[in-house]
Design a binder for this molecule. Structure first.
Ligand SMILES: Cc1cc2nc3c(=O)[nH]c(=O)nc-3n(C[C@H](O)[C@H](O)[C@H](O)COP(=O)(O)OP(=O)(O)OC[C@H]3O[C@@H](n4cnc5c(N)ncnc54)[C@H](O)[C@@H]3O)c2cc1C
Ligand code: SF4
Ligand code: SF4
Length: 746
């Protein structure tokens, strides 16, 4: 075994020189080791690196205390210390313009070789005058001294990714090295050529089954690193199926168009979701444990409002698909089917397209212009939208006969009432009808006291809208506690800011018209208390006997939830997403959106619409899609792990804390008298840089930077481990902040 010690200064490339020597021998079939001695050194401080090679497998894992040869990169280090422990007769290779015999007195017991590696490096543009990079020149010098063929040295230089000036430096130093092949003292070794190890054939190098260790760097390593990709929690929970991490990383790189393109692969409504989604992605964001969730919803809005993407419909196919209902579910299905090239017609019973995006969610949360823009993207793909076209049972059968597939996306049209309601229809309104009137500009409630019954989004929107169309008071009456209200939390908070009143643990039990001149009616209410949890997991509200009280008001708005209207289907049809309806007709007919899932969110309707479109395409074309829309993000990893990366797996301590950007919101006094959009959006997308890219490599290069052996390299977009030199130290894995690098036992 030959052992070599390299002396240099931090930054000169001593470890790389050790690797170059090791690689020269490795490529000729030897087992090798190359490693540095690391402490808290800085650039310029003296450092040492080591290299071993042997024709036999190397078992020794110790530092090198008695080297066979020594190499000195920096002339200021030349002194007796460099010969410490050096075996008698060993070579000392020095970077100096001086001839070797001028140094004989300093090193009487050793053979000497000198080369002006600094001049050679600078002549070839390697490093600066202050810090010349002399390692490739010295690799040539060492090769000459130890009798390696120049071609073998050059192969090592190229193998480690160096070229140009580095190759020239190795060549020139190989030629220019001056040798003093004798010692003043006894015990000199033989001539240089005698030290040259035999080359081995490459077939022996691979040595499968020949008892060679897995790594040629000796048997230090019991584990080795590999790269994996896991599922970010935000991606996992997004009901629409968005690649959240993907679009955030694009925004973080200031690629707004790319971010929008990533969103549009899944959903045609990023501007809508960026405004009204309850954002479960934010509830599950790993950054919560550090300093608060990434503001994904506002960033989705930013990409939608500032990005530009030109969409192209798929190559035209012959099949025709009819879709009933133009809410987000039906329109998302139409969008994806048009991208596949189908001819799609959407039949909408109402006079406007968009479903509840248009007639339910008020303009102060979702302006019409945003809905118009995103629906325009769908019609630009050639989708035909027909309004004023209600579909009944007979028409549905006709559609099924005239089309290759039909999707029914009619939402939840049956409105729940209150049994005790006896007052006239103008005194008691359904929330959905009231909001639709507000949308048409036909709902004035000047100076009225309005009671809204319910705790969901419809209740909160009805109360906020009532104030905006002139009501003096808007009171939400809800039978459970505030914590159980299903409405989006932020909407409840904003409603309270605007002056909406909340009467929780309150149940309306009777209503009567008022005879007097004051309020038009009186609502009798009863106090409630919470009992044990019911089937929904929420605590059951229980009436408190004898606690009735009266609430005078002018109007009662009911927001008690909706259910599907099944009259369009044959008697007894059971609706489940992804299941064929109308069994007696061959045409596939599927239910989609709220009608099928009852989930009650836009993102969920989008996810359902997309899944149904893929299902129809698979049914009609026989092509299996396999849901690979995030496939682009899966490149350059060894393992795709279908597991969600939890905060415990992230190295949160490696990230800096940063405050979340919230985006502007109109002051309450500015908003209660009009329907101007309350949220103003983010000024820029810098918030995206808070995304930790959980479980997905974002090419931060921490692993490459911190690998002490330099065995991990970037080759183009790929990350390549040179396992032949890896010690299995796991520094790369411990420095990867996002759990992409993991160690596996060998
Ligand atoms: C007031 C309110 C506020 C909401 N706020 C939010 C929110 O902030 N965030 C959120 O994520 N979700 C919210 N939602 C829920 C969300 O709007 C719905 O979950 C979503 O719109 C459902 O989409 P869909 O396409 O399944 O149905 P819908 O949007 O209901 O669309 C169904 C469409 O089918 C049409 N149609 C019905 N029957 C027929 C027929 N027989 N023939 C032809 N056409 C027909 C309807 O006219 C309608 O256009 C809110 C809902 C309401 C009511
Ligand atoms: S649709 Fe909703 S859950 Fe999905 S990324 Fe957007 S805000 Fe998050
Ligand atoms: S930090 Fe980014 S990738 Fe991680 S959960 Fe949050 S949004 Fe998703």
């Amino acid at each position: 075994m030959i052992e070599i010690r390299v002396h240099g200064r931090g930054g000169q490339g001593g470890v790389t020189l050790a690797k170059l020597i090791a690689t020269t021998r490795f490529l000729q079939g030897d087992s090798v080791q190359a490693f540095g001695l690391y402490a808290a050194e800085r650039s310029g401080a003296p450092v040492q690196a080591f290299c071993r090679y042997d024709a036999e497998p190397i078992e020794n894992r110790n530092l090198i205390y008695e080297p066979d040869h020594v190499v000195v990169l920096d002339s200021t280090l030349i002194g007796p210390a460099v010969a410490g422990g050096l075996k008698p007769g060993g070579w000392i290779v020095l970077n100096t313009p001086q001839p070797p015999d001028s140094l004989r007195e300093s090193f009487p017991a050793h053979r000497l070789a000198t080369v002006d590696a600094t001049a050679i490096a600078l002549a070839n543009g390697l490093g600066t005058r202050a810090v010349p990079i002399v390692n490739t020149a010295l690799a040539g010098a060492v090769g000459r001294v130890l009798g390696f063929e120049l071609g073998h040295v050059r192969a090592a230089v190229e193998h480690l990714g160096f070229a140009g000036g580095n190759l020239a430096a190795a060549d020139q130093a190989y030629e220019a090295t001056r040798l003093l092949d004798s010692v003043a003292a006894e015990g000199a070794a033989g001539p240089a050529a005698a030290a040259a190890p035999p080359a081995r054939s490459p077939s022996f190098i691979t040595g499968a089954g020949g008892g060679w260790p897995t790594i040629r760097t000796g048997q230090w390593a019991s584990q080795q690193p590999a790269r994996q990709q896991m599922v970010p929690p935000c991606n996992h929970v997004c009901p629409a199926g968005n690649d959240v991490q993907g679009f955030l990383q694009a925004l973080a790189r200031d690629q707004t168009d790319e971010a929008l393109a990533i969103l549009l692969r899944v959903s045609p409504f990023p501007g809508v979701c960026g405004r009204v989604c309850p954002a479960p992605c934010m509830d599950s964001c790993n950054r919560i444990d550090l300093d608060g969730a990434v503001n994904v919803r506002e960033l989705e809005r930013f990409a939608a409002d500032h990005g530009t993407v030109a969409l192209v419909p798929g190559a035209e196919r012959g099949e025709r698909v009819a879709i009933v209902g133009s809410g987000p579910a039906g329109l998302t299905a139409a969008y994806h089917l048009a991208l596949f090239g189908y001819r799609v017609t959407v039949l909408e019973g109402g006079l406007e397209t968009g479903g509840l995006l248009r007639t339910g969610i008020p303009g102060y949360r979702l302006p019409d212009a945003v809905v118009d823009r995103e629906i325009g993207r769908i019609t630009d793909l050639g989708v035909e939208l027909v309004t004023g076209a209600p579909v009944d049972r007979a028409r549905l059968l006709d559609l099924a006969r005239a089309h290759d597939a039909v999707l029914v996306a009619t939402g939840l049209q049956e409105l729940r009432g209150l049994e005790m309601v006896t007052a006239g229809s103008e005194t008691v309104l359904q929330g959905i009808d009231f909001l639709e009137r507000v949308h048409r500009g036909a709902a004035g409630l000047e100076n009225e006291t309005v009671v809204v019954v319910g705790g969901g989004n419809t209740a909160v929107d009805a109360a906020r809208s009532a104030l905006r169309v002139g009501a003096e008071r808007a009171i939400i009456v809800y039978r459970r506690s505030p914590a159980e209200m299903p409405a989006i939390r932020e909407e409840i908070e904003q409603a309270l800011e605007e002056g909406v009143e909340l009467e929780t643990l309150t149940l309306p039990v009777a209503i009567r018209e008022s005879a007097g001149t004051g309020a038009r009616c009186v609502l009798t209410c009863r106090w409630m208390e919470l009992g044990e949890p019911d089937a929904s997991g929420r605590r059951r509200p229980l009436e408190i006997a004898g606690s009735d009280f009266e609430l005078p008001c002018d109007r009662v708005i009911l927001a008690l939830g909706q259910s599907p209207d099944l009259s369009v289907f044959p008697e007894g049809t059971e609706i489940r997403e992804g299941e064929r309806l109308l069994g007696m007709i061959e045409t596939p007919v599927f239910a989609v959106g709220d009608l099928a899932t009852h989930d009650g969110t836009v993102a969920s309707a989008i996810g359902s619409g997309r899944r149904s479109a893929l299902h129809i395409h698979e049914t009609l074309s026989g092509e299996l899609l396999g849901g690979g829309e995030h496939a682009a993000a899966r490149r350059h990893v060894d393992v795709w792990r279908d597991e969600v990366v939890r905060p415990e797996a992230m190295k949160l301590h490696l990230f800096e804390r940063a405050r979340r950007s919230e985006g502007g919101v109109l002051d309450p006094w500015e908003r209660t008298w009009n329907f101007a959009e309350v949220h103003r959006g983010l000024d820029d997308a810098s918030e995206a840089r808070r995304c930790l890219s959980c479980g997905v490599c974002n090419e931060c290069d921490a692993c490459v930077t911190f690998c002490p052996e330099g065995v991990l390299k970037r080759v183009g977009e790929e990350f390549v481990f040179d396992y032949s030199f890896c010690k299995g130290c796991a520094v790369c894995a411990s420095e990867c902040p996002r759990n992409v690098i993991f160690m596996s036992h060998m």
